[in-house]
Write a protein that binds this ligand. Structure first.
Ligand code: 5AD
Ligand code: FES
Length: 353
């Protein structure tokens, strides 16, 4: 038996392999790779069943004060027409999320100073009162005080990726932030009793398999309620323009499968970037560990202006089309649409141990 087979067996027996061992599994091909995907799909099925939770994502502002090297809406990109949705538009879109069967609405934007504690809490309160949906925010690093205010206004969950555990790479590509401020924010979210989601981009320029393995282990150590990861895709209007994809595309999927094996209870979305990688990308991720789908419900007219990476799918669609399309995908996978808010099962599961 090869070393990588042995690592997979130990992983399935509940051991956490070293970064070097995980890097070995990220190289898996052929039968071993199929076994890895099947094992991850089995764990997903055992812990989460057939339900795929729908989280409708509203990209409500593409204004951003930051200049991250990978991101298409960075403030220095002059080719972006900036927009902010009005309070009414955001509330109406959230009402659609409910109508279309989403248990959660995810509010995402650039790091836009207009949407501060005061404005965002007004929106959160309104959505909570009008829809009763679970609400997730994804608006960048915020102070503990702001996070407290969002929580009091009805926010249940928060997404903030750490992007990479390489301090050198993090510093280089985030001119406006430090790794410490991100991890501090993740810590604050945890102590404020949020359901916390984080993750990283797979295959950032210069990353080795060992670095991806370290990112997987770090995400696991964070003990997350939600883990969102996707391929890094070079945007032409950024300093990373032209950077290639990983030569072995299956590494993106193997990373998700390994995350599932190490984090049985975490909710894991099939992130949109997988569809930009290849047309069936999100479907494939749903078969190697993912249990959440985030249909884009942003009104059609704004979609082309919110391109963090190129080839983003569905930019010419509207929310209703995405809501219908997702049901077809789920049926095609012989799975079911999740009902209810789809809250974290991690805490419940831990408590029963
Ligand atoms: N490729 C892939 N993912 C990206 N993101 C931002 N830019 C890119 C890109 N070029 C991801 C980041 C961010 C999330 C909202 O989108 O991980 O946290
Ligand atoms: Fe907007 Fe990074 S470019 S937060």
């Amino acid at each position: 038996m090869t070393a990588a087979y042995e690592t997979l067996n130990r992983l399935l027996a509940g051991e956490t392999p070293s970064a070097a061992e995980l890097a070995g599994l990220l190289k898996a091909q052929g039968k071993l790779r199929e076994r890895l995907y099947a094992a991850a799909d089995q764990v997903r099925s055992d812990k989460h069943g057939a339900a795929i939770h729908l989280r409708g994502i509203i990209e409500f502002s593409n204004v951003c004060k930051n200049n991250c090297w990978y991101c298409g809406i960075r403030c220095d990109n002059p080719n972006v027409t900036r927009y902010r949705m009005s309070f009414d538009e955001i509330a109406e879109t959230a009402a659609n999320a409910r109508k279309w069967g989403c248990g959660t609405v995810v509010l995402q934007s650039g790091d836009d100073p207009f949407f501060n504690a005061e404005t965002l809490s007004k929106i959160l309160r309104r959505i909570k009162t009008e829809t009763g949906l679970a609400i997730t925010l994804s608006v960048g690093v915020r102070t503990r005080k702001e996070l407290e205010i969002f929580k009091a206004a009805g926010c249940d969950r928060y997404l903030l990726r750490f992007e990479t555990t390489s301090n050198a790479l993090f510093t280089a590509m985030h001119p406006d932030e430090s790794f410490e401020s991100r991890t501090q924010c993740l810590q604050d979210l945890r102590t404020l009793d949020y359901q916390v989601g984080s993750g990283f981009m797979i295959g950032l320029p210069g990353t080795t398999l060992e670095m991806i393995a370290n990112d997987i282990l770090f995400a696991t150590r964070l003990g997350l309620d939600m883990i969102g990861c996707g391929p890094f895709l070079a945007h032409p209007d950024t300093p990373f323009a032209g950077k290639p994809l990983l030569e072995d595309r299956s590494v993106y999927y193997k990373a998700i499968a390994l995350l599932r094996l190490l984090n049985p209870y975490a909710h894991m979305p099939a992130t949109t970037a997988f569809d930009a990688l290849e047309p069936e990308g999100r479907n494939l991720v749903l078969r190697c560990g993912a249990n959440v789908f985030m249909p884009n419900i942003t009104p059609g007219k704004y979609r082309s202006m919110y391109q963090l990476y190129p080839n983003k799918p569905c930019v010419d669609e509207d929310g209703a089309a995405c809501a219908i399309c997702v049901r077809g995908r789920i049926a095609g996978l012989q799975r079911e649409v999740g009902t209810g808010p789809g809250h974290s099962i991690r805490k419940t599961a831990d408590a029963s141990k």
